[in-house]
Design a protein around this ligand. Structure first.
Ligand code: NAD
Ligand code: ZN
Length: 359
């Protein structure tokens, strides 16, 4: 048996950003009068704000994505909203890629549940719904717009783990493919591959089921059309990527990721690589675990002429491998999904080290 929750509603299509003001206005007076916007720093100078009629009383916070979200940053942003608003906001709006969407989901949950972000890293720890969440993806692939998690790095504990909860699902989505027109080529590839990898891991996992498979299979087909095309960022392909990301997020909301994500999280927490590129680096080592997908992934790299960094772990001191191993092995559920209950026997430190040394 499975329980899942989907996004309640969405506006979809080129130009649908213009619906945002109306959606925010519909929330005013429910809990509060003002809205809190979190917007990727990139858009502070891009002219995007000219397209949205933001009420002068609403609060806009431009969010830095130099680093991916940390528990510390989420706490700081939550405190800022509490300080600036006499009451709770009527809704929280996240405009950006996975980082900004996750931050806005986490702040929304914290505003209504209290406490610190790290208290909720894990499964089903959030007790009640957060503030109404609206997400506007500007970069597609993470599936944060449909998933039931918001991922944060806890730098003190050296772990990257989400608030996995039905209350982390977004309430309303605006899916406007025009917003991803400015995404740099490599970033489009790395984040797009996140969808591909989510779906491979879901389909290869022991918790797979027909419902999740249906989302994954369609998203994989869309990925093949995009990443084997001459122009992966053509209008039609950016629209496909937006839909594939949505479906991939729904797939993992129904199941779990697999082996790539825990390894990628280890690499990110210790060496600071961002999620998309980190997944790609790990995917190269998956010939024994996901052989068909690893091959197909290589064909996407080749077709799109993307060069990944090389030899990043070759000269790492032993203690860094140990730290990475600990930051990987903590992801019990995806590892059981991929390798079964005895996952530590397959992913022993020696095997892990050998795999990572080739990255
Ligand atoms: P990101 O949000 O970190 O953004 C990457 C870069 O792209 C940033 O520099 C940003 O400014 C830029 N960018 C975004 N939109 C742009 C646009 N339209 N034009 C130009 N530049 C743009 O990247 P991401 O890969 O979308 O998100 C990664 C985060 O998502 C990680 O923290 C990861 O852990 C998380 N994640 C969450 C889930 C989930 O289910 N919640 C799933 C997978 C990954
Ligand atoms: Zn991912």
């Amino acid at each position: 048996m499975a329980f899942s929750k989907n996004v309640q509603s969405y506006d979809y299509g080129s130009g649908s950003l213009e619906k945002l003001t109306e959606r925010v206005n519909q929330r005013r007076g429910r809990g509060g009068a003002r809205a809190a916007y979190f917007i990727d720093d990139f858009f502070s100078t891009s002219g995007l704000l000219d397209k949205i009629a933001i009420d002068p009383l609403d609060a806009i916070k431009f969010v830095s994505t130099v680093k991916e979200p940390t528990t510390w940053y989420v706490d700081q942003l939550t405190d800022e909203v509490r300080r600036n608003f006499g009451e709770l906001p009527c809704c929280v709006v996240g405009i950006g890629g996975g980082s900004v969407i996750d931050i806005s989901k986490a702040v929304s949950n914290l505003l209504n549940n209290g406490g610190r972000a790290e208290n909720y890293q894990g499964w089903d720890l959030v007790q009640k719904p957060g503030i109404y969440k609206i997400a506007v993806p500007t970069l597609s692939g993470t599936g944060a717009e449909t998933s039931r998690t918001c991922v944060m790095t806890n730098e003190e504990k050296n772990i990257k783990l989400g608030m996995n909860s039905q209350f982390s699902v977004v309430d309303h989505l605006i899916l406007d493919p025009e917003l991803s027109i400015t995404v740099p080529r490599n970033q489009f590839f790395y984040t797009g591959m996140d969808t591909y990898i989510h779906c491979v891991e879901s389909l290869e996992g022991q918790y797979r089921h027909v419902f999740a498979d249906a989302f994954s299979e369609e998203a994989l087909e869309l990925c093949r059309r995009i990443f084997l095309d001459d122009d992966m960022q053509a209008d039609k392909n950016r629209e496909r990527m937006m839909v594939a990301s949505y479906l991939g997020g729904a797939a993992i909301a129904n199941t779990f990721v697999g082996l790539v994500h825990p390894l990628s999280a280890g690499l990110s927490s210790v060496l600071g690589f961002h999620h998309g590129i980190s997944n790609c680096l790990i995917m190269q080592t998956m010939e024994d675990f996901y052989p068909m997908a690893q091959k197909e992934f290589q064909s996407f790299l080749k077709k799109q002429d993307i060069e990944l960094p090389k030899n990043i772990c070759r000269d790492l001191p032993e203690e860094k491998f140990r730290e990475m191993y600990l930051a990987t092995i903590v992801h019990e559920k995806p590892l059981i999904n991929a390798l079964g209950k005895d996952y530590k026997k397959i992913l022993s430190y020696e095997n892990f080290r050998e795999m990572l040394a080739s990255v």
